[in-house]
Design a protein around this ligand. Structure first.
Ligand code: NDP
Length: 253
């Protein structure tokens, strides 16, 4: 079992984010000591509040990822929880997808909103948490094989729709653009944060039956997150490729 000191998940009120919180409490391959579940409306996040009742490991913090001026306060709250050992894992999971649009349906507002949530927020949040992630990388410098989730990592939940190489249908303009931008950020963050000992990767979670994925998704959130955690644990400095599926296959950018 891999020991992870602390993990923070954005968009943990439902879907894949909530499932990360659940499995960080129950998955036999990981022991996460501190789980920080962030969501924009904790008072309405009833499923998350129920999970919190089952374990003192779970902390819920309010974070709307578009409210950049609240990041400093949230980082302070996280620092108070994790202390000198820092933040081991940041999962940028919160996401938004407007409807299916062809070019005629694309509006500046929809593009800006989608890109703000899916691409700008993960970068600015990673920047805000960099000192705490770096602290974890230093404390756990001897753990694992170079860069790893046990040491310090930023995992971005992207989508195969963000792959430029695999785009043969267009449609979903805003979402595709936002996730392609996120993938570029993953690559740049991976290069810049390597010297701090922080691993950065993007993931496609599968077509998952959530509010966003709809009822006809191929897999449920349990299967997706189970696969993602198994994939996370396999990733090391020597095999980092940037973009993976929930099953651990390399995706083309
Ligand atoms: P859901 O719609 O079930 O959940 C999305 C989550 O993001 C919710 O918790 C939502 O919060 C949160 N969120 C949205 N906007 C904000 C914001 N401004 N600040 C903070 N949180 C916000 O979707 P999934 O669980 O399916 O999606 C999770 C991730 O997986 C996303 O990044 C998505 O793009 C990606 N993904 C999903 C796929 C799928 O098939 N489901 C396929 C490929 C990628 P609230 O409850 O308050 O609305």
């Amino acid at each position: 079992m891999a020991n992870i000191y602390s993990a923070l998940i954005t968009g943990a009120s439902q879907g894949i984010g909530l499932e990360f919180v659940t499995q960080f409490l129950s998955n036999p391959s990981v022991n996460v000591q501190i789980i920080i579940a962030t969501c924009r409306n904790p008072e309405n996040a009833t499923a998350l509040q129920e999970v919190k009742k089952t374990s003192p490991k779970v902390h819920i913090l309010k974070l709307d990822v578009t409210q950049f001026d609240t990041y400093e306060k949230v980082v302070g709250e996280v620092e108070n929880i994790v202390g000198e050992k820092g933040l081991t894992l940041l999962i940028n999971n919160a996401g938004y997808m407007p409807g299916i649009e062809a070019l005629d349906g694309v509006t500046p507002d929809a593009l800006i909103t989608t890109i703000t949530i899916n691409s700008v927020a993960p970068v600015i949040l990673t920047k805000a948490f960099r000192p705490l992630l770096k602290r974890s990388a230093q404390v756990n410098a001897t753990k694992g094989d170079g860069l790893s989730m046990q040491r310090a990592a930023v995992f971005n939940i992207s989508s195969f729709l963000g792959s430029i190489a695999l785009n043969d249908k267009a449609m979903r303009w805003c979402y595709r653009e936002s996730k392609a931008a996120l993938n570029m950020s993953t690559q740049s963050l991976a290069i810049e944060l390597e010297k701090d000992g922080i691993l950065v990767e993007s993931f496609h979670p599968g077509h998952v039956r959530t509010k966003m994925g709809g009822a006809h998704g191929a897999i449920d959130a349990t299967t997706s997150v189970n696969g993602l955690i198994a994939t996370f644990l396999k990733l090391k400095e020597k095999n980092k490729k940037g973009f993976y599926t929930w099953e651990g296959n390399v995706m083309p950018f």
